[in-house]
Ligand binder design. Structure first.
Ligand SMILES: NC(=O)c1ccc[n+]([C@@H]2O[C@H](COP(=O)([O-])OP(=O)(O)OC[C@H]3O[C@@H](n4cnc5c(N)ncnc54)[C@H](O)[C@@H]3O)[C@@H](O)[C@H]2O)c1
Length: 197
């Protein structure tokens, strides 16, 4: 069976880190003038590209978080997910994060209760153990957590507050663009450097 997009992106990300970053590519071959690199992505001391952090990813994606109260009904939760075209809601109670409600919770747990979704509360079927990341974590940290814990959404916590959410799609999209960026720069290095080919 072929690899999923997520597995391919993970492998690509690992390759970029281990094979490319570890050879300490000098910054001048990356032609910073031709591409947009966030300043924090460049470690000026080591002159190498570093992985984007959650902070960078949220700067691009935004900090909006769609939530639901734990006492709301599963029907409301499903309506909110449909209205926002998303697959997860962070569950709050008294301003605190108490769980996460996902399409998977609905598909695997709701019918087991054998009662109408309008009479089922979010807190009855939400996932209480929430894996989260911090602003300083890297895309690779997030992908490792998503893979190991088999989750698709990671809330971002800063100073005990929820400041964003990243999904598997956000991480794969970023990993692919990182790989495309490095491939593009290597192609330019190979074809534009006299004597390289
Ligand atoms: N083109 C893009 O920028 C992009 C980004 C992410 C996902 N996708 C695509 O969307 C599809 C489903 O994505 P998914 O499986 O990652 O999950 P998803 O449908 O739950 O997430 C889609 C987007 O909504 C955001 N999101 C989800 N729940 C949120 C919440 N409660 N609060 C705030 N933001 C929330 C995610 O961060 C992501 O950006 C996939 O096909 C994926 O490839 C595209």
């Amino acid at each position: 069976m072929g690899l999923s997009t997520f597995d391919q992106a993970t492998q690509c990300l690992e390759f970029v880190q281990t094979e490319l970053v570890d050879v300490r590519m000098p910054f001048d071959i990356l032609r910073a003038d031709s591409v947009e690199i966030l300043p924090d992505q460049i470690n000026h001391n080591k002159k190498e590209i570093t992985m984007k952090t959650v902070k960078h990813l949220l700067q691009e994606k935004g900090h909006t978080v769609v939530t639901i109260d734990s006492e709301d009904s599963v029907l409301s939760a499903m309506q909110r997910m449909a209205a926002n075209n998303i697959g997860a809601l962070l569950v709050m109670s008294g301003g605190q994060l108490v769980g996460i409600f996902t399409e998977r919770d609905f598909s695997r747990k709701a019918y087991l209760l054998d009662k109408p979704v309008k009479d089922t509360l979010v807190k009855e079927i939400m996932t209480r153990k929430v894996f989260y990341v911090r602003l300083s974590d890297t895309n690779e940290d997030c992908m490792a957590l998503i893979t190991e814990m088999r989750v698709r959404h990671l809330p971002v916590i800063d100073d005990d507050k929820v400041v964003g959410l990243l999904s598997i799609g956000d991480l794969v999209k970023d990993a692919i663009s990182q790989c495309q960026f490095v491939i593009h720069q290597l192609e330019r290095y190979i074809y534009d450097t006299p004597g390289k080919i």
